[in-house]
Write a protein that binds this ligand. Structure first.
Ligand SMILES: O=C(O)CCC(=O)C(=O)O
Length: 324
């Protein structure tokens, strides 16, 4: 009798444990958020393969060997960059939510370039340099890189730009307003990148009339109860290492986190289609311009209105089961 009771109690306790674990698992699955796949990676690629499998279908790719022949791969150490750019004062951006009354890329601070490089190489910091035309200050750096013209044409050779970040700094989720294809080469420590095709923009709570998303959710760990439309959004993920080049097709959403201090170079190229070029000009002239005027005029009121609209559109898209 006693043995039977002990067996029953044990059975009851273990079923409770199993139920609790199952519930936790279901909650976890129900809270999965984004579905992220790895980005295809190659050492090198022929132009026809690149064109057919990545450029035309607009699919991201990591090319590890693109920088194999670039002097920059070995030469661009933090000390070398400090030496060539020196004490030039650079604007710095942090991880905080943008001030609704200011243009999207308003700086949080500024610092001499060489001091900033010392900072990111020695300790974690949120401070980033965004879209810096380093070649204006040190044109000799252009001799250390090569535009990958063997893969595609249309490079905007006057617009190579660099991005710098300390460990912990995050570039907010956005796509580039001028809609270029981007070859993004990374130098230094690891960088975490999450990408989404533009068709997901409403589900990502894209701010109307802008090229960035609601900044109230954590891309790494989104709260699905609060932002249900993020559930099931499909994207891609990669950890860039020194010398890796990420091909980001036109219109791709990107979120980036510097795991360790480092810097990256973005080379931009036009898409061959006339419609994409027209969309780029429209975005720069109308979207960017109108957005800035409305922001400056209506400040927080406009920001609140747009955020509300982003949520409404996201919920509508989710309810309709879009994108198909
Ligand atoms: O590396 C970064 O901080 C951002 C890069 C970026 O947004 C770009 O290349 O368009």
């Amino acid at each position: 009798m006693l043995i039977r009771r002990v067996v029953l109690i044990r059975y009851f306790v273990s079923s409770c444990v199993v139920s609790v674990l199952l519930l936790a698992l279901i909650r976890e699955i129900g809270n999965m958020g984004f579905i992220l796949r790895p980005v295809d990676t190659v050492e090198n690629i022929s132009s026809s393969e690149f064109k057919n499998h990545y450029l035309q279908p607009r699919r991201p790719l990591i090319i590890k060997g693109l920088t194999g022949s670039w002097p920059a791969k070995e030469k661009w150490t933090p000390d070398y960059l400090k030496q060539v750019v020196g004490k030039k004062i650079v604007p710095l951006y942090d991880n905080s939510k943008a001030d609704p009354s200011k243009p999207i890329n308003s700086a949080a601070a500024e610092m001499p370039f060489d001091d900033y490089i010392d900072l990111i190489m020695s300790e974690p910091t949120e401070l980033r340099i965004f879209f810096f035309n380093i070649f204006k200050h040190a044109p000799q750096l252009l001799d250390d890189i090569a535009f990958p013209k063997e893969l595609m044409g249309g490079f905007l050779e006057s617009m190579p730009s660099m991005f710098f970040g300390g460990s912990n700094s995050v570039t907010f989720l956005h796509y580039d307003i001028d809609l270029p294809h981007i070859f993004h080469t990374h130098f230094g420590g690891k960088k975490h990148v999450i990408l989404f095709e533009n068709k997901w923009k409403r589900r990502l709570y894209c701010i109307p009339n802008a090229t960035y998303a609601l900044e109230d959710y954590d891309v790494l760990n989104p709260d699905i109860q609060k932002f249900p439309s993020l559930e099931g959004v499909e994207g891609q993920e990669v950890f860039l290492e020194h010398g890796d080049t990420l091909f980001m097709p036109t219109g791709y959403w990107h979120w980036m986190k510097y795991i360790e201090g480092g810097y990256s170079l973005s080379l931009r190229a036009w898409d061959a289609s006339v419609s994409r070029k027209a969309a780029s000009i429209y975005n720069l002239a109308i979207k960017g311009g109108v957005d800035s005027v409305l922001k400056m005029s209506f400040k927080a009121k406009y920001a609140k209105y747009r955020e509300g609209l982003a949520v409404k559109w996201a919920n509508r898209e989710l309810a309709a089961g879009k994108p198909f």
